[in-house]
Design a protein around this ligand. Structure first.
Ligand code: GLU
Length: 453
């Protein structure tokens, strides 16, 4: 059930630009985007780049570019950077010190214990914090165990809990949808909100993304960055669809969604509590479904991308052959990286690297004499010289009566071997269509000439 539309909903996506755009971050961004859009609200993008040692602008660019590629946008395309807000955090820290809700403490530095630093600690009232999580229900936390935790490394070097609380409040964030790994941060952040007199936002902690063995998904289970999936030929609409299903379901059998459909159907109440298992088979399947929705021209160009990454020097004539073979290639592959693998395995060598023909491969297993294929090749040559090559079907029609009268294996085996030199290939009509009439006739002639008699 959809929550009532609320003009004032503001969500946020606050990535730390310390690494590639992980699909966990992309999913969080997507859920925040969907919820805000659906509620007629907005989402803001905040680069949490206060960790000066680890933050890099290339990562920030990659995250922004990746989210845009997925179709996720935000408030005015504006980029808010925490590194540009140091003065605001300092003011808030000073305010907390004035109120005696925080204090400065001179302590040995963690990095270099021979040096002392003046950190700022929150005076923790040690209350029991209860908050209602939209996904997980009521959560209670005894904050005494947190002690007077550090909120700034120095008065002008605020830490995550402080910056996030100040920003969310100052920017009017109403809903915080973020990964379950942040649940334990929430009580600290609520304590800070209370100390600063801010309104508490609504929380929803999204389930973890798990590998099939139910351990936390990590690099050893496969690619974890959006860029790597993009590189492998996953379409943005596939990834958006897939990310939405990582922890959310529509409550119906529908599995294929476009972004606007997700905006319409997304509901926080349909987000599950338990971990979302990453299923690569499903992701591949979805890519095929979304590819099928692309135009024919886009599908052909998609395939060409696969072949040009496998064979960067491929010439125009071969590319034309590949274009004609597109529907068959598409049937067999889920992604461009599977096309590359198939090329490397030699599946398309009859186009990419035709091998010299070996005469004794031309005989069909039932043929008593090695040269039995010769008259069949002669007949194929004569039928195909006058055939209509406008589709695999017209080629098939030209030779089918002869094939039926003579035997399928007897005719089609030497035809396939003459055209491809491969025991396994697409059907010979499709191959002939892809190769085109001149090359088809040339290869049949070479095969004919190879045989003795
Ligand atoms: N910068 C934090 C992160 O990337 C944001 C956490 C939050 O949503 O509060 O994990």
């Amino acid at each position: 059930m959809n929550t009532d539309h609320n003009q004032s909903v503001i969500t946020r996506i606050p990535p730390s630009p310390t690494g590639h755009l992980h699909f966990g971050t992309a999913r969080t961004a997507l859920f925040n985007y969907l919820f805000a859009k659906q509620q007629g609200g907005s989402m803001l993008f905040r680069s949490e780049d206060t960790d000066r040692a680890r933050s890099q602008s290339v990562y920030e660019e990659e995250i922004i570019d990746g989210l845009h590629w997925l179709g996720i946008d935000w408030d005015n395309d504006q980029i808010i950077r925490q590194s540009e807000r140091a003065a605001i955090y300092r003011k808030k820290l000073e305010h907390l010190l004035e109120l005696d809700k925080a204090y400065e403490s001179i302590e040995p530095s963690k990095q270099d214990p021979s040096r002392s630093v003046t950190v700022v600690r929150l005076r923790n009232p040690g209350t029991i914090i209860t908050f209602k999580d939209l996904i997980r229900g009521e959560i209670r936390f005894d904050t005494t165990e947190l002690g007077d935790f550090v909120i700034a490394r120095a008065i002008d070097d605020a830490l995550y809990h402080l910056t996030v609380v100040v920003d969310d409040a100052e920017m009017g964030v109403t809903h915080i949808l973020r990964g379950e790994d942040h649940i334990s941060n929430t009580p600290r952040q609520i304590l800070l909100q209370e100390a600063l007199g801010y309104t508490r936002p609504v929380y929803a902690h999204l389930p973890l993304i798990l590998a099939p063995d139910r351990s936390k998904m990590s690099k050893r289970h496969g690619p974890v960055s959006i860029a790597e999936y993009r590189e492998q030929g996953y379409l943005p609409e596939t990834l958006v669809n897939y990310l939405a299903l990582l922890g959310w379901n529509p409550g119906t059998d529908q599995e294929i969604f476009t972004l606007p459909e997700l905006v319409e159907q997304f509901t926080i109440t349909q987000i599950q509590k338990s971990g979302a298992i990453f299923d690569i088979t499903k992701l591949k399947w979805l890519n095929k479904q979304h590819l099928a929705h692309r135009t024919q021209t886009e599908q052909v160009e998609y395939i060409v991308t696969g072949f040009t990454s496998a064979a960067p020097d491929i010439d125009q004539e071969k590319l034309e052959q590949i274009r004609r073979l597109a529907p068959t290639v598409l049937e067999r592959a889920h992604t461009t990286s599977e096309i590359v693998e198939a090329c490397r395995a030699g599946e398309y060598d009859f186009i990419l690297n035709p091998k010299p023909l070996i005469a004794n491969t031309l005989a069909w297993k039932n043929d008593p004499i090695p040269d039995a294929a010769k008259p069949r090749l002669a007949q194929l040559l004569s039928l195909l010289t006058d055939a209509d090559f406008s589709s695999p079907d017209t080629i098939k029609a030209a030779i089918w009566p002869y094939v039926e009268a003579t035997g399928k294996g007897e005719v089609l085996w030497p035809m396939r071997m003459a055209l491809t030199g491969q025991e396994r290939s697409p059907d010979p009509f499709t191959v002939a269509y892809a190769l085109g009439q001149p090359i088809t006739l040339e290869r049949l002639q070479v095969a004919y000439d190879t045989l003795g008699g």
